[in-house]
Design a protein around this ligand. Structure first.
Ligand SMILES: Nc1ncnc2c1ncn2[C@@H]1O[C@H](COP(=O)(O)OP(=O)(O)OP(=O)(O)O)[C@@H](O)[C@H]1O
Ligand SMILES: [Mg+2]
Length: 321
């Protein structure tokens, strides 16, 4: 197991050889539009490989983002990776409901300097760590320079402790969600086969493309009746994105409709733990393996750089208003 874990970690972090150390630091420090450049202390926390930030999002609500985020996280953790799931959607049924873990503090407390990041990380089921996001009204794009400085410093601590940070976002194309999508190393775009969900997922791609040249979209079709249906929907979306947006999206996989999912939610337990032999669990495992097999792109990783990108989008936005 230890050997497998080591191998997987190496696979997930294969880009970091080139990106750790001075190259990454220079990259961060030289970003002219991010507030990171105003830091009083040098960037020092990148001595270990940066964590990969994966946003899980959707156009339509209720398509299975939180379930995918949590159970995928557990599957990756099972394979030896250190995973944190950040609940950035403080809507209704989200990470805290699925895991029955409600951390007493959230990122806002870290922003405000009241807590350290280590104080707000709560142990979750299946060896994942859970972090509650800041409240909706605390728009990351509106942080003061000092708050950004403090926040990025705090977040950099996370990089040393985790391999993958999965950010469960709200549905839709709100500004903050699009910032997450564009700021993440990868985005998992969840849809169901329903035409409304597919149309709304397409709208996310379209909206994201308006602000970033290279968002990395990985499609998961959830609640498919069978693999054929999942594949059909995914390939159709891929074709439409290619033909009309001239933009390639990756097909990450399918999760089949499975009663185990609502049953597990009712028990406030992740389905991957409660029904490990179920159809949905098998699919999630497959998605986790595909994710590890993906070629990493050239975008730098790590939570700190993720937020640096977020803040840079926020700044660009306020400059354009
Ligand atoms: N593969 C599946 N099979 C059966 N039911 C599913 C499946 N995936 C999700 N569901 C059902 O859909 C519900 C919503 O899932 P989830 O909360 O993960 O969606 P969400 O996209 O995070 O929603 P929101 O947009 O409200 O945050 C689950 O409680 C479950 O009942
Ligand atoms: Mg959710």
């Amino acid at each position: 197991m230890a050997d497998q874990a080591e191998g997987l970690r190496r696979m997930m972090n294969k880009r970091t050889k080139e990106q750790t150390g001075s190259a990454v630091e220079l990259e961060v420090l030289n970003r002219p539009k991010t507030k990171i450049a105003d830091r009083q202390t040098p960037v020092t926390a990148l001595s270990s490989p940066p964590a990969e930030v994966i946003a899980v999002t959707s156009g339509k609500g209720g398509v299975g983002k939180s379930n995918v985020a949590v159970n995928l996280g557990i599957s990756l953790a099972r394979q030896g990776l250190k995973v944190a799931v950040v609940d950035m959607d403080l809507g209704l049924a989200n990470v805290n409901v699925i895991t029955d873990v409600t951390p007493p503090y959230n990122l806002l407390h870290v922003f405000e300097g009241k807590k350290e990041l280590s104080d707000i990380i709560a142990p979750g089921p299946g060896n994942i760590q859970i972090i509650a996001g800041a409240t909706g009204e605390q728009d990351l794009a509106n942080l003061s320079r000092h708050e950004c400085h403090v926040f990025l410093d705090k977040l950099s601590q996370l990089d040393r402790n985790v391999d993958i940070i999965i950010v469960d976002t709200a549905a839709g194309i709100s500004e903050i969600v699009l910032q997450f999508v564009c700021g993440a190393d990868r985005t998992i775009l969840v849809t169901t086969p329903e035409p409304t969900a597919v149309t709304d997922a397409y709208a996310v791609i379209k909206a994201a493309l308006k602000r970033d040249e290279e968002p990395d979209f990985n499609l998961v079709v959830n609640r498919a009746q069978d693999i054929r249906e999942g594949r059909q929907i995914a390939q159709k979306m891929q074709r439409v994105s290619n033909d009309f947006l001239n933009f390639p999206i990756n097909i990450l996989g399918y999760v089949l409709e499975d009663k185990a999912v609502p049953n597990a939610v009712r028990k406030r337990r992740p389905f991957y733990l409660e029904y490990p032999d179920g159809r949905a669990s098998g699919c999630i495992e497959h998605v986790a393996k595909r994710l590890q097999g993906l070629e990493t792109d050239q975008r730098p990783g790590g939570f700190k750089q993720f937020f640096a990108r977020l803040l840079s989008f926020g700044q660009n936005l306020s400059e354009s208003i």
